[in-house]
Design a protein around this ligand. Structure first.
Ligand code: BGC
Length: 561
C-alpha cells in the first residue's frame, strides 16, 4: 500500500511539474488556428432564458418554487419571464445566425416536457417548442448541443423522490429515453446533466440552491452517487437503443476550477492541489472516465475522517463491482465547464461538523495578480485553463475535450462596451489554443457562456454573462450585441488567431488587435475600428502594414495583457 501511495504521489508531482515546465510562458500571446471543423458554440439554459414559467401547461420546477418564495436572490429576481425566449425564438435564432456559431448549447426544461416529471403528463406544446428550436438551428446549419437536465428538477418529483433516492435513476432514464426518441433524429450531441458537483454541494450541502438541503457531510455524497448512476444508465440507454440509428454522442458537463499549488516546490501543497482537482472534478470524472470508482483521494480522505468521527463506515458510498463496470466509460467526449483558478494549500481541517468541505484538508485563496470581475471570487486567470486542459489530458488518457462553458460576469448595466469580456475571451481562448497547438491536447470545441444576459441563479440579474445585452426593463426584452459579440464573431471567422503575411512579415490578423483595457500600445487601433461588417478595416490595415515594419522592426506588439 505504501508503495502504491508513493507511486501515486510521484505521479502527481510529475504531472504538476509537466504542467508547470512544459514551455508555459504565461505572458506570450500565441498566434495560430484551431483544427478544421472546430466546434465554436455559445450556451444558455432553460430556466435562465425561457420565461413562460407556467405557459401552455408547463409544470413548476424547483427553481420556480425557490425563486418565488425566497428573499435571498438580489431584487427577489426570478425566471418567470427572464429573456422570454419561450416566445422569442426567432430573435434567439437571429442572434445565433449573426454570430455564425457552429453550435448552440441549450437545455430542455424537464417540467415543460413532463409537467409532473413523468411520461404520463406529457405536454405536447413543450415538445413543439423544442422541435421549433431544433429545426430552426438545423435550418441555419447550427448544431444543437442539448443538455437534458440543467438543475431545474420538476417540483412534483422533488416532493416525492428527490435526488437522494435511488428511484430517481429510472425516472431520469425514462425522461432521457423520451428525449432521445423525440429529438435524437436531429440532436447528435447530448449532455445528460450539467455540473453534478454543483447540484450535490450547493443543493444538498451548502443548501443555498434548491432544494436547499443543508446536510454537508452526507447528502452531497449520496446525491452524487445517484447522479453518476443516473448518467450511466442514460448513457447505456442511448448506446443500446439509439446510437446505431442516430449516430450521436453523449457525455456529461463537469465543472472544474484549476487548482494551482500555492508553492509548487512543496510536495504537500502539490498533493493538496491534486486533491482539490479530485474533490471537484475527479469525484465524477474518475468513475466515468477511469475505472468506475471514486478517486483514491476521496476514498482515503472521507474514509479516514469518517472512522475518526466514529462512523461504522465511510460517509462516501461505494460502488459494487457490477456498478463500476456499468459506470466506467460512459462518456464519448470530455465536457468541462471552467470559470476560474484558485490557489490551494494544505490544511488540517476540523472534524466537526462532518462536511464535504472539511473532508478536503486544503484551503483556497484567490489569485492576487489577476483582474477581478463582477463576481469577486471568479478572477480572470486565463493560464489556468491551459493547465486544466493538460491535467485532463494526462489524468484521463487524452480524451477529446469540449469546453462546454467559459465566460465572465460584468455588471448588469454594461450594455455594449464590455471590453473586460473581450479581454477575457481573447486571453482564455488563446490558452485553449496553446493547449491544442503547443501541448497536443485534443480540444475539439469551445462554447462561450452565454448567448445573452439572463437569470444568473443566485446573482439574479445583477450581473450578466451575455455576449448580447438584454433590456429587462423593456417588455420586448430587446437584445443588443455587445463588443464581445463582434469579437467572438471574428474569432470564429478566423478559427482562432491566425497570422497573415504582409510584405514577407508575419503579422497577426488585424481583427484581433483589439486592445485590452490595460494596453498602452500606441499602434493598436482604438475600440471599434475593427468593427466593420467583415471584421477588418482594410485602409487602416494597409497603412499599418507599411508603418509597422519601420517602427516595430517586424516585432509586432502581440502581447496585450
Ligand atoms: C452554470 C451556468 C451559469 C454560469 C454562470 C455555471 O455554473 O452552469 O448556467 O450561467 O455558471 O453563473
Amino acid at each position: 500500500f505504501f508503495f502504491r501511495e508513493r507511486v501515486k504521489i510521484i505521479q502527481i508531482l510529475i504531472l504538476f511539474l509537466c504542467v508547470h515546465f512544459s514551455n508555459f510562458d504565461r505572458k506570450m500571446y500565441h498566434y495560430g488556428t484551431f483544427p478544421e471543423g472546430f466546434s465554436w458554440g455559445i450556451s444558455s439554459s432553460a430556466y435562465q432564458i425561457e420565461g413562460g414559467w407556467n405557459a401552455d401547461g408547463k409544470g413548476p420546477s424547483i427553481w420556480d418554487t425557490f425563486t418565488q418564495t425566497t428573499d435571498t436572490i438580489p431584487d427577489k429576481a426570478n425566471g418567470n419571464v427572464a429573456c422570454e425566449s419561450y416566445n422569442r425564438l426567432n430573435e434567439d435564432l437571429y442572434m445565433l445566425r449573426a454570430l455564425r456559431v457552429k453550435s448552440y448549447r441549450f437545455s430542455l426544461s424537464w417540467s415543460r416536457i413532463f409537467p409532473d416529471g413523468t411520461r404520463k403528463s406529457l405536454n405536447q406544446k413543450g415538445v413543439d417548442y423544442y422541435n421549433r428550436l431544433i429545426d430552426g438551428l438545423i435550418a441555419y446549419n447550427i448544431e444543437p448541443i442539448v443538455t437534458i437536465y440543467h438543475w431545474d428538477l420538476p417540483e412534483a418529483l422533488q416532493k416525492v423522490y428527490d435526488w437522494d433516492k435511488a428511484e430517481m435513476i429510472d425516472i431520469f432514464n425514462d425522461y432521457c429515453d423520451f428525449c432521445f426518441a423525440t429529438f435524437g433524429d436531429r440532436v447528435k450531441f447530448w449532455i445528460t446533466i450539467n455540473q453534478p458537483q454543483t447540484i450535490g454541494w450547493s443543493g444538498y450541502g451548502l443548501g443555498n440552491m434548491p432544494p436547499n438541503v443543508k446536510d454537508p457531510g452526507y447528502r452531497p455524497y449520496i446525491v452524487a452517487h445517484n447522479l453518476i448512476k443516473a448518467h450511466a444508465k442514460a448513457y447505456h440507454t442511448y448506446d443500446d437503443k439509439y446510437r446505431q440509428s442516430q449516430g450521436g454522442l453523449i457525455s456529461i458537463a463537469l465543472n472544474a476550477d484549476w487548482a494551482e499549488p500555492k508553492d509548487v516546490s512543496i510536495r504537500r501543497e502539490v498533493v493538496a492541489a491534486d486533491r482539490a482537482m479530485q474533490f471537484q472534478l475527479g469525484w465524477f470524472a474518475h468513475p466515468i472516465f477511469k475505472n468506475g470508482d471514486y478517486p483514491d483521494a476521496l476514498k482515503w480522505q472521507v474514509g479516514n475522517k469518517s472512522e475518526i468521527q466514529g462512523f461504522p463506515q465511510s460517509r462516501l458510498p461505494s460502488f459494487t463491482e457490477e456498478e463500476k463496470n456499468f459506470i466506467k466509460g460512459t462518456a464519448d467526449v470530455f465536457c468541462v465547464n471552467h470559470y476560474t483558478t484558485k490557489i490551494v494549500s494544505h490544511i488540517t481541517a476540523r472534524l466537526s461538523p462532518e462536511s464535504y468541505e472539511y473532508d478536503w484538508d486544503f484551503k483556497e485563496e484567490e489569485e492576487n495578480d489577476s483582474p477581478t470581475t463582477a463576481i469577486p471570487n471568479q478572477k480572470v486567470v486565463a493560464w489556468g485553463l491551459r493547465r486544466l486542459l493538460n491535467w485532463i489530458k494526462e489524468e484521463y488518457g487524452d480524451p477529446e475535450i469540449y469546453i462546454t462553458e467559459n465566460g465572465v460576469a460584468t455588471e448588469a448595466q454594461t450594455t455594449w462596451d464590455d471590453s473586460d469580456r473581450v479581454f477575457f475571451y481573447k486571453a482564455y481562448i488563446d490558452e485553449a489554443l496553446k493547449a491544442y497547438e503547443l501541448d497536443g491536447v485534443t480540444v475539439k470545441g469551445y462554447i462561450a457562456t452565454s448567448l445573452m444576459d439572463s437569470f444568473e441563479w443566485l446573482n439574479g440579474y445583477k450581473v450578466g454573462f451575455g455576449l448580447h445585452h438584454v433590456d429587462f426593463s423593456n417588455p420586448n426584452r430587446s437584445r443588443t450585441p455587445k463588443y464581445s459579440a463582434h469579437f467572438y464573431y471574428n474569432i470564429i471567422k478566423d478559427n482562432g488567431f491566425p497570422f497573415v503575411l504582409y510584405f514577407g512579415q508575419k503579422v497577426p490578423f488585424w481583427s484581433h488587435l483589439t486592445r485590452a483595457p490595460s494596453s498602452t500600445c500606441l499602434l493598436c487601433p482604438p475600440h471599434g475600428l475593427w468593427q466593420t461588417t467583415n471584421g477588418t478595416s482594410y485602409g487602416f490595415l494597409l497603412t499599418m502594414a507599411f508603418f509597422l515594419p519601420l517602427f516595430h522592426k517586424g516585432q509586432l506588439c502581440a502581447v496585450h495583457d
